[in-house]
Design a protein. Structure first.
Length: 327
C-alpha cells in the first residue's frame, strides 16, 4: 500500500516560484511513490475578500498550472475544495475540539491579521481548522508543505490525536514533510520577508506565468547587499535567496554554484539566474497555454478527480459524525 499524500494551495494572487520550489515541484517529483491528493483550496481563499468571478477563474487557472507543472491525473487526484462539502462539515466538528489557546498560537494569523485583528474575518482566524479537516478527511500520512505551513499541520496532528484519545482510533495522524532546501523563498524586493502571493509590489515575486522580460527585469532589480563575494550565507539574505533559487532551477550543487560564480559580480549572477528561470518555466508555460485553450477538458479532469475521492471524504465524515453522536 502506498502512503497517502495530501496537500493544498490557495487560488489567490499569482502562483510564484516560492510555491513552485517548496511545494509543487516536490508534489510532481514524488507522485509515483505515493497515493496523492492535491487540493485547490477556494474555501481558504474566502477568508479574505475575493471577487467571485476572479476567484472562479483563478481556481481553474491554478488547476491548469498544476497540470502544466506535471501533476498527472493518472497518478494523482487534483480537485477544488468546495466541490466536496465534507471539508466544511468536518471543519465545524473539529472546531469544537480545538482549544482557543491552540489557535491563538498560530503565527500566520498574527502575521496576516497584523494590526487589523478586530476587522479580519473569523474564518481567517479559524483557517487551520479547515486545513486540518482537509488533511484528516483522506487518512493522510504525509503533508508536503513549505516551512510556513508546518505549524498548521502540527495543529492537524494535535487535533487528530485529541479526537482519537477521546473517541478511539478515528483519524490517521499526519506529519508535515518540509523540503530540506527551498522551504522558504524570500521576496526579491525584501529578502527578509517570505515571497507571498498577497504582496502587490511588482518586484516582489516571480510568478509562474511571468514573461521572460518580466522575469529578467525582476531579477535584475532584486535586493542584494554591498559585499562582493557570491556564496551561500544565511546572514546575507538577498544573495542567499538568489543562490537558493539558482540552485533549484540549475540542479547544480551549492559548491558547484560557488565555484561557477567565483570572481564574478552580482550582475553576472542575476543575468544567469534570470536565464535559468526563463528556461525552467518555459515548458510549464507552453503546456499551460495548451491546457487553458480547452476549458471543457480541464473541467472534466477536475470532476473525474472529485468522483474518485468523494467516497473517502464521506466515509471519514460519517465515522466522525457517528463517534460524536451526530447524523
Ligand atoms: P499557500 O497557498 O499559501 O501556499 C502553497 C504552498 O506553497 C508554500 N509556500 C512557500 N514555500 C516557500 N517559500 C515561500 N515564500 C512560500 N509561500 C508559500 C506553502 O508552504 C504551501 O506548501 N493553507 C495552505 C493551503 C492548504 C493546505 C491544506 C496545505 C489548505 N489546506 C492542507 C496542506 C494541506 C496555504 O495557504 O498555502
Amino acid at each position: 500500500m502506498k502512503k497517502r499524500v495530501f496537500s493544498g494551495i490557495q487560488p489567490t494572487g499569482n502562483i510564484h516560484i516560492g510555491n513552485y520550489l517548496s511545494a509543487i515541484k516536490h508534489w510532481v517529483a514524488s507522485q509515483p511513490e505515493y497515493d496523492n491528493i492535491f487540493c485547490i483550496v477556494d474555501l481558504h481563499a474566502i477568508t479574505v475578500p475575493q471577487d467571485p468571478k476572479v476567484l472562479k477563474a483563478k481556481s481553474l487557472e491554478l488547476a491548469a498550472l498544476l497540470f502544466a507543472a506535471g501533476i498527472d491525473p493518472q497518478q494523482s487526484v487534483l480537485f477544488v475544495q468546495s466541490h466536496i462539502s465534507a471539508h466544511s462539515e468536518l471543519a465545524w466538528i473539529l472546531n469544537c475540539f480545538i482549544p482557543m489557546g491552540w489557535m491563538q498560537r498560530m503565527t500566520q494569523f498574527k502575521e496576516k491579521a497584523g494590526t487589523q485583528r478586530e476587522q479580519v474575518s473569523v474564518g481567517l482566524f479559524d483557517y487551520p481548522a479547515l486545513m486540518a479537516a482537509d488533511i484528516l478527511l483522506y487518512n493522510t500520512d504525509e503533508v508536503p508543505v513549505g516551512e510556513d505551513q508546518k505549524q498548521h499541520v502540527e495543529l492537524a496532528r494535535d487535533v487528530a490525536q485529541r479526537f482519537n484519545s477521546l473517541y478511539g482510533e478515528t483519524f490517521v495522524v499526519p506529519r508535515a514533510v518540509i523540503p530540506p532546501s527551498g522551504a522558504r523563498i524570500m521576496g526579491l524586493d525584501d529578502p527578509t520577508s517570505k515571497m507571498s502571493k498577497s504582496e502587490t509590489n511588482a518586484g516582489h515575486a516571480i510568478n509562474l506565468l511571468d514573461s521572460p522580460d518580466e522575469i529578467r527585469s525582476k531579477v535584475m532589480r532584486a535586493t542584494t547587499d554591498s559585499l562582493r563575494e557570491i556564496r551561500f550565507d544565511e546572514n546575507r539574505p538577498g544573495v542567499n535567496n538568489l543562490l537558493t533559487i539558482y540552485e533549484h532551477f540549475s540542479g547544480l550543487s551549492q559548491s558547484e554554484i560557488e565555484a561557477k560564480f567565483d570572481g564574478k559580480g552580482y550582475a553576472d549572477l542575476k543575468r544567469e539566474l534570470a536565464e535559468v528561470i526563463v528556461e525552467g518555466l518555459r515548458p510549464l508555460q507552453s503546456r499551460y497555454r495548451e491546457l487553458t485553450a480547452d476549458p471543457t477538458h480541464l473541467n472534466s479532469l477536475l470532476s473525474e478527480g472529485v468522483s474518485k475521492i468523494r467516497p473517502i471524504a464521506e466515509k471519514t465524515l460519517r465515522l466522525v459524525q457517528d463517534r460524536v453522536g451526530l447524523g
